[in-house]
Design a protein around this ligand. Structure first.
Ligand code: HAM
Length: 419
Protein backbone atom coordinates (compact mmCIF):
# COMPACT_ATOMS: atom_id res chain seq x y z
CA UNK A 1 0.00 0.00 0.00
CA UNK A 2 1.24 3.47 -0.81
CA UNK A 3 2.20 5.66 2.13
CA UNK A 4 0.15 8.67 3.10
CA UNK A 5 1.08 11.75 5.06
CA UNK A 6 0.26 11.75 8.79
CA UNK A 7 -3.08 13.29 9.82
CA UNK A 8 -2.86 17.02 10.33
CA UNK A 9 0.17 17.47 8.08
CA UNK A 10 0.33 18.90 4.58
CA UNK A 11 2.49 18.70 1.50
CA UNK A 12 3.07 22.21 0.29
CA UNK A 13 3.35 21.66 -3.45
CA UNK A 14 5.17 23.92 -5.92
CA UNK A 15 1.90 25.52 -7.01
CA UNK A 16 1.40 26.98 -3.50
CA UNK A 17 5.03 27.31 -2.44
CA UNK A 18 5.24 30.57 -4.33
CA UNK A 19 2.52 32.06 -2.18
CA UNK A 20 4.38 30.81 0.89
CA UNK A 21 7.59 32.41 -0.31
CA UNK A 22 5.78 35.66 -0.97
CA UNK A 23 4.22 35.65 2.52
CA UNK A 24 7.48 34.69 4.22
CA UNK A 25 9.34 37.32 2.19
CA UNK A 26 6.86 39.96 3.36
CA UNK A 27 7.35 38.88 6.99
CA UNK A 28 11.12 39.28 6.64
CA UNK A 29 10.82 42.59 4.89
CA UNK A 30 8.43 44.06 7.47
CA UNK A 31 10.72 42.83 10.27
CA UNK A 32 13.67 44.48 8.60
CA UNK A 33 11.85 47.82 8.60
CA UNK A 34 10.88 47.47 12.27
CA UNK A 35 14.46 46.35 13.04
CA UNK A 36 13.63 42.83 14.23
CA UNK A 37 16.34 40.27 13.51
CA UNK A 38 15.92 36.59 12.77
CA UNK A 39 16.64 33.86 15.30
CA UNK A 40 16.59 30.13 14.51
CA UNK A 41 16.08 27.89 17.51
CA UNK A 42 15.75 24.07 17.60
CA UNK A 43 12.54 22.34 16.55
CA UNK A 44 12.66 20.28 19.77
CA UNK A 45 13.43 21.32 23.33
CA UNK A 46 13.37 19.78 26.80
CA UNK A 47 9.72 19.10 27.69
CA UNK A 48 10.08 21.01 30.94
CA UNK A 49 10.68 24.26 29.07
CA UNK A 50 7.12 24.18 27.71
CA UNK A 51 5.61 22.91 30.96
CA UNK A 52 7.14 25.89 32.79
CA UNK A 53 6.90 28.37 29.95
CA UNK A 54 3.51 27.74 28.37
CA UNK A 55 1.89 26.57 31.62
CA UNK A 56 0.91 23.20 33.13
CA UNK A 57 -2.85 23.79 32.93
CA UNK A 58 -3.01 24.96 29.32
CA UNK A 59 -4.59 22.75 26.65
CA UNK A 60 -1.26 22.80 24.84
CA UNK A 61 0.69 21.23 27.70
CA UNK A 62 -2.13 19.02 28.99
CA UNK A 63 -3.08 17.36 25.74
CA UNK A 64 -1.44 18.68 22.61
CA UNK A 65 2.31 18.20 22.87
CA UNK A 66 4.34 15.77 20.82
CA UNK A 67 6.50 14.41 23.63
CA UNK A 68 8.84 11.44 23.54
CA UNK A 69 11.82 10.02 25.37
CA UNK A 70 15.00 10.09 23.34
CA UNK A 71 17.72 7.44 23.38
CA UNK A 72 19.44 9.31 26.20
CA UNK A 73 16.30 9.00 28.39
CA UNK A 74 15.53 12.73 28.13
CA UNK A 75 11.96 13.92 27.74
CA UNK A 76 11.84 15.88 24.50
CA UNK A 77 8.97 17.87 22.95
CA UNK A 78 8.48 19.18 19.43
CA UNK A 79 7.91 22.89 19.93
CA UNK A 80 4.20 23.73 20.10
CA UNK A 81 4.98 27.47 19.82
CA UNK A 82 7.98 29.74 19.44
CA UNK A 83 8.11 32.01 22.46
CA UNK A 84 9.49 29.54 25.02
CA UNK A 85 12.40 28.54 22.76
CA UNK A 86 13.22 32.13 21.80
CA UNK A 87 13.21 33.17 25.46
CA UNK A 88 15.34 30.14 26.40
CA UNK A 89 17.86 31.16 23.71
CA UNK A 90 17.76 34.77 24.96
CA UNK A 91 18.68 33.57 28.45
CA UNK A 92 21.13 30.83 27.49
CA UNK A 93 23.07 33.08 25.11
CA UNK A 94 22.92 36.02 27.52
CA UNK A 95 21.45 38.33 24.91
CA UNK A 96 20.09 40.36 27.84
CA UNK A 97 23.67 41.50 28.45
CA UNK A 98 23.51 43.70 25.34
CA UNK A 99 22.86 47.40 25.85
CA UNK A 100 19.99 47.56 23.36
CA UNK A 101 16.62 45.81 23.28
CA UNK A 102 16.55 42.33 21.81
CA UNK A 103 14.09 42.25 18.91
CA UNK A 104 13.78 38.79 17.39
CA UNK A 105 11.66 37.11 14.74
CA UNK A 106 11.26 33.55 13.53
CA UNK A 107 9.40 31.64 10.85
CA UNK A 108 9.00 27.90 11.13
CA UNK A 109 6.99 24.78 11.92
CA UNK A 110 5.24 24.20 15.24
CA UNK A 111 3.51 21.01 16.41
CA UNK A 112 0.29 20.50 18.32
CA UNK A 113 -1.75 17.33 18.56
CA UNK A 114 -5.09 18.99 17.83
CA UNK A 115 -8.29 17.82 16.25
CA UNK A 116 -7.98 18.38 12.54
CA UNK A 117 -10.27 20.95 10.94
CA UNK A 118 -10.06 23.70 8.34
CA UNK A 119 -7.20 25.95 9.47
CA UNK A 120 -6.08 23.62 12.26
CA UNK A 121 -3.17 21.29 11.67
CA UNK A 122 -0.78 19.21 13.73
CA UNK A 123 2.21 20.64 11.95
CA UNK A 124 1.65 24.30 11.17
CA UNK A 125 3.84 27.32 10.65
CA UNK A 126 4.14 30.54 12.58
CA UNK A 127 5.73 33.85 11.89
CA UNK A 128 6.56 35.17 15.35
CA UNK A 129 8.35 38.11 16.92
CA UNK A 130 9.61 38.67 20.45
CA UNK A 131 10.86 42.00 21.86
CA UNK A 132 12.72 41.55 25.12
CA UNK A 133 14.02 44.04 27.65
CA UNK A 134 11.50 46.89 27.92
CA UNK A 135 8.14 47.55 29.59
CA UNK A 136 7.40 50.62 27.45
CA UNK A 137 3.79 50.36 26.17
CA UNK A 138 5.02 51.92 22.90
CA UNK A 139 6.68 48.55 22.30
CA UNK A 140 3.37 46.69 22.74
CA UNK A 141 1.86 49.04 20.17
CA UNK A 142 4.81 48.50 17.83
CA UNK A 143 4.38 44.72 18.02
CA UNK A 144 0.65 44.95 17.31
CA UNK A 145 1.35 47.38 14.47
CA UNK A 146 3.94 45.07 12.96
CA UNK A 147 1.43 42.21 12.73
CA UNK A 148 -1.20 44.55 11.31
CA UNK A 149 1.26 45.86 8.72
CA UNK A 150 2.18 42.32 7.73
CA UNK A 151 -1.45 41.35 7.12
CA UNK A 152 -2.14 44.56 5.22
CA UNK A 153 0.91 44.25 3.02
CA UNK A 154 0.37 40.60 2.08
CA UNK A 155 -2.98 41.87 0.82
CA UNK A 156 -5.46 40.55 3.39
CA UNK A 157 -8.70 42.45 3.78
CA UNK A 158 -10.94 42.66 6.84
CA UNK A 159 -8.39 41.91 9.56
CA UNK A 160 -9.50 43.16 12.98
CA UNK A 161 -7.36 43.71 16.07
CA UNK A 162 -8.93 42.77 19.40
CA UNK A 163 -7.24 44.09 22.50
CA UNK A 164 -7.44 43.35 26.20
CA UNK A 165 -5.39 43.58 29.36
CA UNK A 166 -5.04 40.41 31.43
CA UNK A 167 -3.30 42.32 34.23
CA UNK A 168 -0.60 40.92 36.48
CA UNK A 169 -0.81 37.54 38.29
CA UNK A 170 -2.02 39.41 41.42
CA UNK A 171 -4.75 41.21 39.46
CA UNK A 172 -5.81 37.94 37.88
CA UNK A 173 -5.96 36.14 41.24
CA UNK A 174 -8.33 38.81 42.59
CA UNK A 175 -10.39 38.73 39.38
CA UNK A 176 -10.62 34.93 39.52
CA UNK A 177 -12.36 35.20 42.90
CA UNK A 178 -14.95 37.57 41.46
CA UNK A 179 -15.39 35.44 38.39
CA UNK A 180 -15.86 32.23 40.37
CA UNK A 181 -18.50 33.93 42.49
CA UNK A 182 -20.32 34.62 39.21
CA UNK A 183 -19.68 31.25 37.53
CA UNK A 184 -20.24 28.81 40.38
CA UNK A 185 -24.01 29.41 40.62
CA UNK A 186 -24.44 28.74 36.88
CA UNK A 187 -21.86 25.94 36.73
CA UNK A 188 -24.42 23.20 35.95
CA UNK A 189 -25.79 25.09 32.94
CA UNK A 190 -22.41 25.32 31.23
CA UNK A 191 -20.91 23.09 28.56
CA UNK A 192 -18.54 20.23 29.33
CA UNK A 193 -15.42 22.23 28.41
CA UNK A 194 -16.45 25.13 30.62
CA UNK A 195 -17.16 22.85 33.56
CA UNK A 196 -13.71 21.38 33.37
CA UNK A 197 -12.13 24.80 32.91
CA UNK A 198 -13.84 26.53 35.84
CA UNK A 199 -11.46 25.06 38.37
CA UNK A 200 -8.31 24.92 36.30
CA UNK A 201 -8.45 28.19 34.37
CA UNK A 202 -11.69 30.13 34.95
CA UNK A 203 -10.64 33.06 32.75
CA UNK A 204 -10.75 30.83 29.71
CA UNK A 205 -14.38 30.00 30.41
CA UNK A 206 -15.33 33.50 29.21
CA UNK A 207 -13.74 32.65 25.87
CA UNK A 208 -16.13 29.72 25.25
CA UNK A 209 -18.02 30.00 21.96
CA UNK A 210 -20.89 27.74 23.07
CA UNK A 211 -21.74 29.55 26.29
CA UNK A 212 -20.96 33.10 25.20
CA UNK A 213 -24.60 34.21 25.61
CA UNK A 214 -24.56 33.29 29.31
CA UNK A 215 -21.76 35.69 30.12
CA UNK A 216 -23.30 39.00 29.09
CA UNK A 217 -23.21 40.38 32.63
CA UNK A 218 -20.06 38.54 33.76
CA UNK A 219 -17.50 40.69 35.58
CA UNK A 220 -14.87 42.30 33.33
CA UNK A 221 -11.18 42.02 34.08
CA UNK A 222 -10.81 45.64 32.97
CA UNK A 223 -12.70 46.68 36.13
CA UNK A 224 -10.19 44.76 38.24
CA UNK A 225 -7.00 46.29 36.85
CA UNK A 226 -4.74 48.06 39.34
CA UNK A 227 -3.26 51.51 38.70
CA UNK A 228 -0.12 50.29 36.93
CA UNK A 229 -2.05 47.92 34.63
CA UNK A 230 -4.61 50.61 33.76
CA UNK A 231 -1.97 53.18 32.91
CA UNK A 232 -0.14 50.66 30.72
CA UNK A 233 -3.35 49.68 28.94
CA UNK A 234 -4.38 53.31 28.36
CA UNK A 235 -1.00 54.06 26.82
CA UNK A 236 -1.08 51.05 24.50
CA UNK A 237 -4.48 52.27 23.24
CA UNK A 238 -3.17 55.83 22.90
CA UNK A 239 -0.17 54.74 20.80
CA UNK A 240 -2.29 52.52 18.59
CA UNK A 241 -4.63 55.42 17.93
CA UNK A 242 -1.69 57.75 17.28
CA UNK A 243 -0.14 55.47 14.69
CA UNK A 244 -3.48 54.66 13.11
CA UNK A 245 -3.93 50.95 13.86
CA UNK A 246 -7.65 50.29 14.37
CA UNK A 247 -8.65 48.01 17.27
CA UNK A 248 -11.59 47.03 19.41
CA UNK A 249 -11.53 46.21 23.12
CA UNK A 250 -12.58 42.69 24.02
CA UNK A 251 -12.52 42.22 27.82
CA UNK A 252 -13.27 38.48 27.32
CA UNK A 253 -10.14 37.88 25.33
CA UNK A 254 -7.88 35.38 27.10
CA UNK A 255 -5.08 33.66 25.33
CA UNK A 256 -4.44 29.91 25.42
CA UNK A 257 -1.00 30.30 26.99
CA UNK A 258 -0.31 31.17 30.62
CA UNK A 259 2.59 33.59 30.33
CA UNK A 260 0.72 36.77 29.44
CA UNK A 261 0.64 39.88 31.63
CA UNK A 262 -0.93 43.24 30.74
CA UNK A 263 -1.52 43.38 26.99
CA UNK A 264 -3.21 40.50 25.17
CA UNK A 265 -4.41 40.77 21.58
CA UNK A 266 -5.64 38.75 18.63
CA UNK A 267 -6.05 39.32 14.92
CA UNK A 268 -9.36 38.08 13.58
CA UNK A 269 -10.83 37.59 10.13
CA UNK A 270 -13.71 35.63 8.59
CA UNK A 271 -13.24 33.02 5.92
CA UNK A 272 -11.64 29.86 7.38
CA UNK A 273 -14.60 27.77 8.45
CA UNK A 274 -15.28 27.93 12.19
CA UNK A 275 -11.96 29.56 13.00
CA UNK A 276 -11.64 33.33 13.10
CA UNK A 277 -8.36 33.90 14.97
CA UNK A 278 -5.43 34.21 12.60
CA UNK A 279 -2.79 35.46 15.02
CA UNK A 280 -2.23 36.60 18.56
CA UNK A 281 0.22 37.68 21.18
CA UNK A 282 0.83 39.85 24.16
CA UNK A 283 3.18 40.94 26.88
CA UNK A 284 4.86 38.42 29.18
CA UNK A 285 6.75 40.21 31.94
CA UNK A 286 7.29 37.13 34.13
CA UNK A 287 8.30 34.53 31.55
CA UNK A 288 12.04 35.19 31.32
CA UNK A 289 12.42 34.88 35.11
CA UNK A 290 10.06 31.86 35.19
CA UNK A 291 12.36 29.85 32.99
CA UNK A 292 15.43 30.76 35.01
CA UNK A 293 16.59 34.01 33.44
CA UNK A 294 16.94 37.52 34.82
CA UNK A 295 13.84 39.58 35.53
CA UNK A 296 13.35 40.90 32.00
CA UNK A 297 10.03 41.81 30.38
CA UNK A 298 8.92 40.80 26.91
CA UNK A 299 6.17 41.25 24.35
CA UNK A 300 5.53 39.38 21.11
CA UNK A 301 3.17 37.76 18.67
CA UNK A 302 2.64 34.60 16.66
CA UNK A 303 0.81 34.58 13.32
CA UNK A 304 -0.37 31.38 11.67
CA UNK A 305 0.89 31.13 8.12
CA UNK A 306 -1.55 28.41 6.97
CA UNK A 307 -4.42 30.63 8.10
CA UNK A 308 -2.91 33.67 6.38
CA UNK A 309 -2.53 31.75 3.14
CA UNK A 310 -5.98 30.14 3.33
CA UNK A 311 -7.50 33.58 3.76
CA UNK A 312 -5.50 35.02 0.89
CA UNK A 313 -6.78 32.21 -1.31
CA UNK A 314 -10.32 32.64 0.03
CA UNK A 315 -10.17 36.33 -0.83
CA UNK A 316 -8.63 35.41 -4.19
CA UNK A 317 -5.87 37.94 -3.66
CA UNK A 318 -3.95 38.17 -6.93
CA UNK A 319 -0.37 37.03 -7.00
CA UNK A 320 1.91 37.95 -9.88
CA UNK A 321 3.01 34.63 -11.35
CA UNK A 322 6.51 34.47 -9.91
CA UNK A 323 7.39 31.24 -11.69
CA UNK A 324 6.81 32.58 -15.18
CA UNK A 325 9.69 31.58 -17.42
CA UNK A 326 11.49 34.18 -19.54
CA UNK A 327 12.30 32.01 -22.52
CA UNK A 328 11.68 28.51 -23.85
CA UNK A 329 14.21 27.20 -26.34
CA UNK A 330 13.21 24.77 -29.06
CA UNK A 331 15.72 22.80 -31.13
CA UNK A 332 14.92 21.27 -34.51
CA UNK A 333 17.67 18.83 -35.40
CA UNK A 334 20.57 17.12 -33.70
CA UNK A 335 23.20 19.86 -34.10
CA UNK A 336 20.68 22.47 -32.99
CA UNK A 337 19.88 20.36 -29.95
CA UNK A 338 23.52 20.42 -28.86
CA UNK A 339 23.63 24.20 -29.35
CA UNK A 340 20.39 24.67 -27.35
CA UNK A 341 21.89 22.78 -24.39
CA UNK A 342 24.81 25.19 -24.41
CA UNK A 343 22.66 28.25 -25.04
CA UNK A 344 20.16 27.45 -22.25
CA UNK A 345 22.99 27.20 -19.75
CA UNK A 346 24.55 30.41 -21.07
CA UNK A 347 21.27 32.33 -20.69
CA UNK A 348 20.80 31.05 -17.13
CA UNK A 349 24.33 32.21 -16.28
CA UNK A 350 23.24 35.63 -17.50
CA UNK A 351 20.30 35.86 -15.12
CA UNK A 352 17.61 34.77 -17.56
CA UNK A 353 15.03 32.14 -16.55
CA UNK A 354 15.35 29.65 -19.37
CA UNK A 355 13.78 26.23 -20.05
CA UNK A 356 13.91 23.68 -22.86
CA UNK A 357 12.57 20.26 -23.80
CA UNK A 358 14.21 17.08 -22.50
CA UNK A 359 11.70 14.56 -23.76
CA UNK A 360 12.36 14.66 -27.51
CA UNK A 361 8.87 15.98 -28.18
CA UNK A 362 7.49 17.45 -31.41
CA UNK A 363 7.61 21.21 -31.88
CA UNK A 364 3.85 21.52 -31.27
CA UNK A 365 4.10 19.84 -27.84
CA UNK A 366 7.03 22.05 -26.96
CA UNK A 367 5.05 25.18 -27.90
CA UNK A 368 2.28 23.97 -25.58
CA UNK A 369 4.80 23.60 -22.75
CA UNK A 370 5.97 27.14 -23.37
CA UNK A 371 2.35 28.36 -23.13
CA UNK A 372 1.79 26.54 -19.84
CA UNK A 373 4.91 28.17 -18.44
CA UNK A 374 3.63 31.57 -19.52
CA UNK A 375 6.92 32.39 -21.21
CA UNK A 376 7.66 35.87 -22.55
CA UNK A 377 9.72 34.48 -25.46
CA UNK A 378 10.31 31.31 -27.37
CA UNK A 379 13.45 30.79 -29.42
CA UNK A 380 13.54 28.28 -32.26
CA UNK A 381 16.77 26.93 -33.62
CA UNK A 382 16.95 24.77 -36.74
CA UNK A 383 20.13 23.38 -38.31
CA UNK A 384 19.91 25.98 -41.14
CA UNK A 385 19.75 28.90 -38.75
CA UNK A 386 22.54 27.37 -36.72
CA UNK A 387 24.72 27.25 -39.82
CA UNK A 388 24.14 31.02 -40.19
CA UNK A 389 24.77 31.63 -36.47
CA UNK A 390 21.21 32.87 -35.92
CA UNK A 391 18.08 31.96 -33.96
CA UNK A 392 14.40 32.89 -34.33
CA UNK A 393 13.10 34.85 -31.34
CA UNK A 394 9.36 35.00 -30.92
CA UNK A 395 7.69 37.52 -28.61
CA UNK A 396 4.73 35.68 -27.06
CA UNK A 397 3.05 38.87 -25.86
CA UNK A 398 3.39 40.92 -29.07
CA UNK A 399 3.38 37.99 -31.46
CA UNK A 400 6.20 39.26 -33.67
CA UNK A 401 9.28 37.24 -34.49
CA UNK A 402 12.74 38.01 -35.81
CA UNK A 403 16.15 36.54 -36.39
CA UNK A 404 18.89 37.33 -33.90
CA UNK A 405 22.58 36.52 -33.88
CA UNK A 406 23.20 33.64 -31.47
CA UNK A 407 25.91 35.47 -29.59
CA UNK A 408 23.64 38.49 -29.11
CA UNK A 409 20.68 36.57 -27.65
CA UNK A 410 21.59 36.99 -23.99
CA UNK A 411 22.25 40.72 -24.28
CA UNK A 412 19.15 41.33 -26.39
CA UNK A 413 16.90 39.38 -23.99
CA UNK A 414 18.26 41.17 -20.96
CA UNK A 415 17.61 44.52 -22.58
CA UNK A 416 14.03 43.50 -23.46
CA UNK A 417 13.25 41.99 -20.04
CA UNK A 418 14.63 45.01 -18.16
CA UNK A 419 12.29 47.29 -20.04
P1 HAM B 1 -1.09 31.06 19.73
O1 HAM B 1 -2.30 31.92 19.81
O2 HAM B 1 -1.13 29.75 20.45
O3 HAM B 1 0.12 31.94 20.27
O4 HAM B 1 -0.74 30.78 18.22
C1 HAM B 1 -0.59 31.86 17.32
C2 HAM B 1 -1.22 31.53 15.98
O5 HAM B 1 -0.70 30.29 15.47
C3 HAM B 1 -2.71 31.29 16.02
O6 HAM B 1 -3.42 32.51 16.01
C4 HAM B 1 -2.93 30.53 14.73
O7 HAM B 1 -2.95 31.40 13.62
C5 HAM B 1 -1.68 29.68 14.65
N1 HAM B 1 -1.98 28.33 15.13
C6 HAM B 1 -2.00 27.88 16.39
N2 HAM B 1 -2.32 26.58 16.43
C7 HAM B 1 -2.52 26.19 15.16
C8 HAM B 1 -2.89 24.96 14.52
N3 HAM B 1 -3.08 23.84 15.21
N4 HAM B 1 -3.01 24.94 13.16
C9 HAM B 1 -2.80 26.06 12.44
N5 HAM B 1 -2.45 27.24 12.99
C10 HAM B 1 -2.32 27.32 14.32
C11 HAM B 1 1.41 31.52 20.36
O8 HAM B 1 1.81 30.48 19.89
C12 HAM B 1 2.32 32.49 21.05
N6 HAM B 1 3.68 31.92 21.08
C13 HAM B 1 2.32 33.85 20.36
C14 HAM B 1 3.22 34.81 21.07
C15 HAM B 1 4.48 35.15 20.73
N7 HAM B 1 2.90 35.48 22.17
C16 HAM B 1 3.96 36.22 22.53
N8 HAM B 1 4.91 36.01 21.67
Amino acid sequence: MAYQRSPGTQDILPASVERWQFVEGKAREVCRRFNFREIRTPIFEATELFQRGVGETTDIVEKEMYTFTDRGERSITLRPEGTAGAVRAFVENKLYGEPDLTKLYYIGPMFRYERQQAGRYRQFHQFGIEALGATDPALDAEVIALGYTFYTEVGLKGVRVELNSVGTPAVRAAFKEKLLAYLNPIREELCKDCKSRIDRNPLRVLDCKVDQHRFTDAPSILDSLDEECSVHFEKVKMYLTDIGVPYTINPRLVRGLDYYTHTAFEYKAEGIGAIDTIGGGGRYNGLVADIGGPDQPGVGLGLGLERTIMLLEHQAAPLANPHAVDIYLIALGEEADREVTKLTYHLRMNGIIAERDYQGRKMKAQMKSADRMQVRYTAILGDDELARGEITLKDMAGGGQRLIKLDELARELKAQLDR
